[in-house]
Ligand binder design. Sequence first.
Ligand code: PLP
Length: 394
Amino acid sequence: MISQDMVKLGTARSVIRDIFEFGMQRAQVVGEENVLDFSIGNPSVPAPKEVQDAIKDIIAELPPKAYHSYTSSAGDNNTRTAIAENLNKRFGTDYTLNNIFMTCGAAASLNICFKAMITDEANEIIVQAPFFPEYKFFIEAHGGKMVLLDPPEDLTIDIDALEKAITKKTKAVLLNSPNNPSGVIYPKENLEAAAKIIKAKSEEFGQPIYIISDEPYRELVYTDEEVAHIPNLYDNTVICYSWSKSLSLPGERIGYILVPNKVENYQELYAAVGGAARILGYVCAPSLFQRVITRCIDVPADLEVYKKNRDILYNNLTKMGYKVAKPGGAFYLFIQAPNLDADEFCERAKKYDLLMVPGAGFGAKDYMRLSYCVDTEKIEKAVPIFEKLLAEYK
Ligand code: PLP
């Protein structure tokens, strides 16, 4: 007998994948240039030149053993030190390599954290919708239960709902800002209010409640809004980071977990992170890309195309009368369907070969997600189609 849960996960494609496949089929019929596929969050901007240069230099300068070998499971010391120093410079912290555990991207970081934290006694992870749908599968795979908070009007953290949702079973609150799918950056005051509630509940129940901050979009910010460094607001915070989006390296699987010293039971939690990474079979993060990151730690994300796409879409759609979440970061626009039925709207948009993901899977069924990490030409083609679609509802 084979695990039927895994059979289900391995065969049922996500809605996003379904739409993406549909787009590929349509491309064969009408031509790739005529399919406006905004379904998937695959960075369209190539990795910066510094990354290519670093790869070439490492290969030219070092013997293969140096970049093909296992590193220690926590990662290369120089890489971890470079990350700690970069964070210290930006956020006024005092991290060292002992606070950093290198991983195979944010998905690995999250799975490791859930495996490390979830126990029989406390197994609920609170997630604010809209949310990245994979969270549910990750949490459940490690014996946890996802407790979902419905999205408030402004798509930030619903503080009242959070307060009601925290129980003795709560192990962590998972936050993601800038957010996938909404692009919303949670304001600092909103995070402070959340931190206050979590701290009070943690004291009331006499146990740590962690914030897990999932931050693959931290560097993708288009406004002067601050992306707060949550450990500076709440001590029991761990960060799951990745260069998949900021340096356009999703296929290279490189990221880290930050466990600050001030986290309660820091040593035990850091050890459990190592244990979880071990039994999940990660062994170590990719060796070559750890070295690349050491050399590219200060390379900024290339935001030009994403910002241009975001501005064209946001300005035009709001002018037409669409309700759009204020997109401070990431590369997603979350648009409310004019008929409040995003399934129907997305189906209708397909006749123009305009493909978006309905929001039900993200926990917001009247919204749809548009990924604007595509060529600007496609964004420009989409604008008049949005106008036509809106007219169909009038
Ligand atoms: N978390 C969020 C919110 C994401 O959007 C993604 C990928 O799209 C991930 C985690 C996983 O990213 P990674 O490629 O680093 O595993």
